[in-house]
Design a protein around this ligand. Structure first.
Ligand SMILES: [Zn+2]
Length: 383
């Protein structure tokens, strides 16, 4: 299921029916339940200054992702209240996969039929997935579809992520670390099933990578493209990295290099922090603190790989994780036959992240050090 559809199906289940005779604002208090949830979700999306006022207006800003001056701000507005004319309680959305063009009889009231003859728009959607209510309520697509679209507006295209993962895999493999990727992101592809690993806390050999846009302050030349939580975590091993794909794109554009390659290098760098269990940086190689525009363009091989000593430390760390992992009998079979220590890497693009991840991240954060790689200021060498 796509992220936008998942959101939409979740939002329509909230009863937000308006009441014209009400003198409160919003007209029904139940609207506030969804609005509070939406405010919380904006926080997890990484939006800035999330606010909900006394009347339930939820506002937030996403900082610019371009360093250009004088670019206009764009506002996206949607509403959650639904028509007072039909019940908004107990909405049961139905997804009609690959609509076949026939009239749609709604199951909870067979007299309610969506006829193509009366709804020409249906004819334009043959083969698409269609969402309807079940017959006794409205659906609330006006305007929760708008809310879902706004909230789902930014994620890394699946193909970009695959290329970035390929880049990171090559870098890690050269260091002796064989990575396997599990994508917990469905992007916009409704056919992608999220693997079961995405629904449970990570094991000792698993790392979690979050793709989280962070925005950019225009004119800033010192950009953190990611961070990792290192030091003593809940499980005793660092697990969580975050990469900011929007910032990677800005840095790549400024240097005129491939953003997907840079994203892969950024991912490998953050995984390096996790496997090396340190927030420290090296003088040379992939784990150096700053990547300049000149270096980005230069493409010197040595700049984008781990040092020999780092490789050895990472392989040893993975072997330790392997032993811990193997103590749990249920997991042993998963490691048999692996030549290199295998790092299972989960990539989670979706936001909000599953609850267990957020809780785990908070727990880890409480007892650990943040690496905050202040990388890649770009025009430190505008020559
Ligand atoms: Zn770093």
């Amino acid at each position: 299921m796509s992220a936008v559809l998942e959101r939409f199906l979740r939002y329509v289940r909230y009863d937000t029916q308006a009441d014209e005779s009400s003198d409160t604002y919003p007209s029904t208090p139940t609207q506030l339940l969804l609005l509070r949830e939406l405010a919380r979700e904006l926080e997890t999306l990484g939006a800035a200054d999330v606010r909900m006022d006394d009347h339930g207006y939820v506002t937030a800003t996403v900082p610019a992702t371009s360093a250009k001056a004088d670019i206009p701000a764009i506002g996206f507005i949607a509403h959650v209240d639904t028509s007072p004319e039909m019940s908004g309680a107990g909405v049961t959305p139905i997804v009609h996969r690959r609509y076949d063009g026939r009239d749609i009889v709604l199951p909870d009231d067979s007299t309610v039929v969506l006829r193509r003859a009366e709804n020409p728009a249906l004819g334009e959607r043959i083969g698409d997935d269609i969402v309807t209510a079940s017959g006794t309520t409205l659906l609330g697509a006006d305007n929760k579809a708008g809310v879902a679209e706004i909230y789902s507006g930014h994620h890394v295209p699946v193909e970009d992520l695959q290329i970035a993962e390929g880049q990171a895999t090559a870098i890690l493999l050269e260091a002796g670390v064989d990575a396997r990727w599990i994508s917990c992101d469905r992007g916009d592809d409704a056919e992608i099933e999220v693997p079961p690993e995405c629904g449970r806390p990570p094991g000792p050999k698993e790392l979690v990578l979050r793709m989280r846009p962070a925005g950019l302050i225009p004119g800033t030349h010192d950009v953190s493209m990611g961070s990792s939580l290192v030091g003593a975590g809940a499980s005793g091993m660092p697990v969580f990295s975050t990469v900011h794909p929007d910032r990677v794109t800005v840095v790549a554009d400024a240097a005129r290099v491939d953003r997907r390659v840079l994203l892969g290098r950024a991912i490998a760098h953050e995984i390096g922090h996790l496997l090396l269990d340190t927030s420290r940086h090296a003088e040379r190689g992939l784990m150096r603190a700053r990547w300049s525009t000149r270096e980005l363009r230069q493409e010197a091989d040595a700049d984008w790989k781990f040092l020999q000593s780092e490789s050895e430390t990472m392989v040893a760390a993975l072997a330790r994780r392997h032993r811990d992992w193997s103590k749990d009998g249920s997991a042993v079979s998963r490691n048999s036959g692996a030549l290199n220590p295998v790092a299972l890497v989960m990539t989670t693009v979706p936001t909000p992240a599953p609850a267990f991840l957020v809780e785990e991240a908070d727990a880890v954060h409480a007892g650990s050090e943040m690496s905050e790689s202040r990388w890649s200021s770009w025009p430190d060498d505008e020559t």
